[in-house]
Design a protein around this ligand. Structure first.
Ligand code: ADP
Ligand code: ADP
Ligand code: ZN
Ligand code: ZN
Length: 842
């Protein structure tokens, strides 16, 4: 019997009818979905859940919306993004709360994403305590992004940028010709500036420190920009004579001081690399005027509950709720002085409070309003958007979500379900792609996609109420949902013994303060704890950095660095602590995280795993290639030699849309083949390079059967269940789970030496329980070969099957950061204090 959880959901009511969906791997499927219900899309990774929920339903709704707004947008959309589906009837407007792959590039904060900052500005403007004689300020005056509110010293940035001689000229024994001014641009532009100095009469062949201070200051800091004739080959004397004789210069050049060059580049460049280069010549410090609060003095003199708006924004949401409660809950009596103002204060405060509570209920109470979004995990950001929607009072909308349980401890999942129910109760429908069994059990309706991945999936295995799945033998999901022996896999009784311990002392990072911890080596460890307790701070941040430092490896930042991140790195992200012992057992650290393997179609399965290098060598070794003089580089679509000149080897051209992420349309010249005609004429065993990139991993395994290095790489991909992917599948088309397993496979094909530490951040994200079993087999093999695995994990199947658990908590933010329990899963399950203990399957 199916229990209808949502009162508004009426199974007989008109529903959404999808006919003939063929997006990606979907096999011309028909499906009916209820409205006003929680619909959960299940199935193993790569089966086609997202292709149905996002690629078909959401895409179609978005297309219809754009259709209605502008003919210009319509042209673009028609050309690129129309989902391949015969018809969809009864589809309401959809809002996607998808997990962003990679960090969002726009500069925003918890306060701006949730719009709570707007509310606070109203509160301070209308109901703040003003000093005597100060006029009331408009809400804008409490925003650093308006001329009315910004601190004049730092223009509302909260930081000041300074350049000093020592930063601009790191080695003052060098001459200008020898590039003493390291901050100057490299290449021609740097040379140009020193030639201009010659014209201006400065000797560029004297060591920097021998130049008079006045000269040095002028060159580095002047705001003058003289334009002068330039004679590249001449020295000072010759230049002077040339000018006197009226000789025609090679060109006219304009001078810019090193300071202005640096500040200007930092403020205007779009390139993260330039930004990073330039930032090393600047000192970034807190603004002395506003102390990082970004607002002018008058605005900061207005208080609420004794705090200025900057101070209130620094509190955690939980603390902020306490400050708001009194005003929000106190009824304004008839004889209250300034009654009008008190009523306004009460209304605004209670509105903000309900928004804040929506966030704290979703387990985000440890965040502060000023926390920038690039420092949030994708799961946190999605829940932030979800909580914001609860207050938005939209109805009749379909929300499409991507694994909202990601990053959530099982103890927090109930609150998530509550939030979903609330949105349904206000008249909306929820379409959720999810693997978490407790979310699936809560569904009104399940759409199980599969049965397997890629070309072996793409069919609707089941569509109906949860209970009905019990009888569907074909469904992997049904097995885990109903069969207690698989889903409640017992933790193994024989845990491995550590070969040594890695001991760390005095760790400091975010909410972790002075923590001592020991990680067992040669075994598998799960670090657990509620969301925000400090797991990532400990493992993915502090541990990774300390070990990298000890091994002399650089901590690579994989995501492009924006201005916001730079500021964070510069000022906030500091790891403290020491490795006391055990490091001698570790030779290599491999950090396998959830980030996408690339955000452009230039990166793909074949290039990322390195197997494409060997493929290109095979093509270069063919008779045809040799006769034409083509080397391996000719067969790369990332160099100019052999690629299609129109799309520059992308196979697609990118179309920019206003207000939307850019989309890719197939190249008209090569029709997506990426190469020029001449290159495509070369064949290896009857296939050209584009046709090889079109092979699936499985097919390529047969095709390259005699090529040992290629087969080894393909074997590793088969082992992690990725046989259905095409070699040339662009990184942009890979799901998060696929990207994660490609990284893992790339590691597996290396020769195991047994001295590597693998660190993983929630490796089960995007993985169906059936895929999780496969992942565990791989990780166990790594450990059996003598390596160490340490992971942050919420999946209790994984934690229960580890050798060791370190449970962080007890709560989130300041209420966390401690070790609550540690030991074998059996030991931790006995702990009275651990919030993880009750969920362990032992
Ligand atoms: P799931 O959400 O179930 O993990 P997806 O819907 O993301 O699965 O993927 C289903 C299949 O479609 C996979 O084989 C995947 O590689 C492929 N796929 C996903 N996105 C694209 C795309 N943009 N173009 C082509 N194939 C894609
Ligand atoms: P978990 O991984 O257990 O969810 P985190 O380590 O991400 O927890 O967060 C622990 C605490 O540290 C939280 O209060 C969080 O807000 C804070 N925190 C995490 N990352 C950052 C950061 N980059 N900047 C500032 N605070 C952070
Ligand atoms: Zn300032
Ligand atoms: Zn092309």
């Amino acid at each position: 019997t199916s229990i209808v959880k949502n009162a508004l959901y009426n199974p007989d009511q008109e529903n959404i009818q999808v006919r003939g969906a063929r997006v990606h791997n979907l096999k011309n499927v028909d499906v009916n979905l209820p409205r006003n219900a929680l619909v959960v899309f299940t199935g193993i990774s790569g089966s086609g859940k997202s292709s149905l929920a996002f690629g078909t339903l959401f895409a179609e709704s978005q297309r219809r919306y754009l259709d209605s707004v502008s003919p210009y947008a319509r042209r673009l959309i028609d050309q690129v993004d129309e989902p391949d589906v015969d018809s969809i009837e009864g589809l309401p407007p959809a809002v996607a709360l998808q997990q962003q792959r990679g960090t969002p590039s726009v500069r925003s904060s918890v306060g701006s994403v949730t719009t709570i900052s707007n509310g606070l500005r109203m509160l301070y403007s209308r109901a703040g305590e003003y000093p005597a004689n100060q006029e009331m300020l408009y809400a804008d005056a409490f925003s650093p992004n308006t001329p009315d509110g910004a601190c004049p010293t730092c223009s509302g940035i909260g930081r000041v940028f300074e350049v000093t001689e020592a930063l601009l000229v790191p080695d003052n024994n060098k001459t200008i010709r020898e590039r003493a001014i390291a901050a100057w641009p490299p290449a021609w532009q740097g040379q140009n500036l020193s030639r201009i100095l010659t014209t201006l009469g400065y000797d560029i062949d004297k060591p920097w420190h021998t130049l008079p201070k006045k000269t040095r200051d002028w060159i580095l800091f002047t705001d003058d920009t003289p334009t002068v004739p330039v004679y590249p080959e001449y020295n000072i004397e010759q230049t002077r004579e040339a000018i006197e004789n009226g000789e025609k210069p090679n060109y006219m050049g304009t001078f810019t001081s090193a300071k202005n060059f640096i500040l200007h580049s930092f403020a205007t460049t779009q390139s993260p690399r330039t930004k990073k280069r330039v930032s090393q010549f600047m000192q970034i410090s807190e603004c002395p005027e506003c102390h990082g609060k970004k607002l002018k003095k008058e605005s900061l003199s207005v208080k609420f509950a004794g705090l200025d708006i900057g101070e209130l924004s620094q509190l955690t949401l939980t603390e902020m709720a306490i400050k708001l409660e009194k005003t929000a809950h106190t009824k304004v009596a008839d004889d209250t002085p300034h009654r009008e103002k008190a009523i306004v204060a009460q209304r605004i405060a209670s509105d903000i409070l309900s928004r804040v509570e929506a966030l704290t209920r979703l387990g985000l109470g440890y965040l502060s309003l000023e926390r920038t979004t690039p420092t949030l995990s994708p799961g946190e950001l999605q829940r932030l958007r979800l909580a914001t929607q609860i207050r938005s009072q939209l109805f009749g909308v379909v929300y499409v979500l991507d694994e909202p349980s990601a990053g959530l401890h099982p103890a927090d999942t109930q609150a998530l379900l509550g939030a979903l129910d609330e949105l349904i109760a206000s008249g909306n429908s929820m379409f959720v792609v999810e693997h978490d069994v407790s979310v699936i059990r809560h569904a009104d309706w399940i759409v199980d996609v599969g049965p397997k991945a890629g070309t072996h999936g793409g069919e609707i295995v089941y569509s109906g109420p949860v209970e009905g799945l019990r009888d569907v033998a074909q469904s992997h999901t049904g097995r885990y949902l109903f069969d207690d022996t698989t889903s409640n896999a017992q933790s193994k009784s024989d845990t491995r013994e550590p070969i040594a311990w890695l001991k760390l002392a005095n760790i400091e990072r975010n909410n972790i303060i002075g923590l001592d911890v020991a990680f067992p080596l040669g075994v598998m460890t799960s670090v657990t704890g509620v969301s925000g307790s400090g797991k990532s701070s400990l493992v993915s941040q502090a541990l990774v950095e300390l070990i990298n430092e000890a091994l002399g490896q650089k901590t690579v930042t994989e995501t492009p660095i924006g201005e916001a991140d730079l500021l964070e790195q510069e000022l906030e992200a500091v790891t403290g602590g020491d490795i006391i012992s055990g490091i001698e057992h570790i030779r290599r650290l491999i950090n396998i995280n959830q980030k996408a393997i690339g955000r452009t179609p230039r990166s793909n399965l074949a290039t990322y795993t390195g197997l494409f290098d060997d493929v290109r060598k095979l093509f270069a070794a063919t008779k045809q290639a040799k006769a034409s003089g083509y080397d391996a580089g000719r067969f790369s679509f990332n160099t100019t030699k052999g690629r299609c000149p129109n799309c520059e080897g992308l196979g697609f051209v990118s179309v920019e849309l206003l207000f939307l992420p850019s989309v890719y349309a197939p190249c008209q010249v090569c029709h997506g083949q990426r190469y020029d005609k001449e290159t495509l004429a070369v064949t290896y065993r009857d296939k050209n390079i584009a046709e090889v990139l079109d092979l699936t991993v499985e097919a390529a395994h047969d095709f390259f059967v005699d090529e040992a290095p290629i087969v080894r790489a393909l074997d590793a991909l088969l082992q992690v269940g990725l046989g259905y992917l095409r070699l040339g599948q662009p990184a942009t088309e890979l799901s998060g789970g696929e990207a994660q397993r490609i990284k893992l496979a790339t590691e597996l094909q290396r020769i195991q030496r047994g001295d590597t530490l693998y660190i993983l951040d929630e490796p089960t994200t995007g993985l169906h329980p059936a895929d999780v079993s496969m992942l565990m087999t791989q990780l166990n093999d790594l450990v059996d070969a003598g390596n160490t695995v340490i992971m942050v994990e919420h999946d209790m199947q994984v934690a229960s099957n580890s050798d060791w658990i370190i449970d962080i908590g007890p709560g989130a933010g300041d209420a966390g950061g401690l070790i609550v329990a540690q030991g074998t899963p059996r030991d931790v399950a006995q702990s009275e204090d651990s919030r993880t203990a009750p969920f362990l399957l032992v």
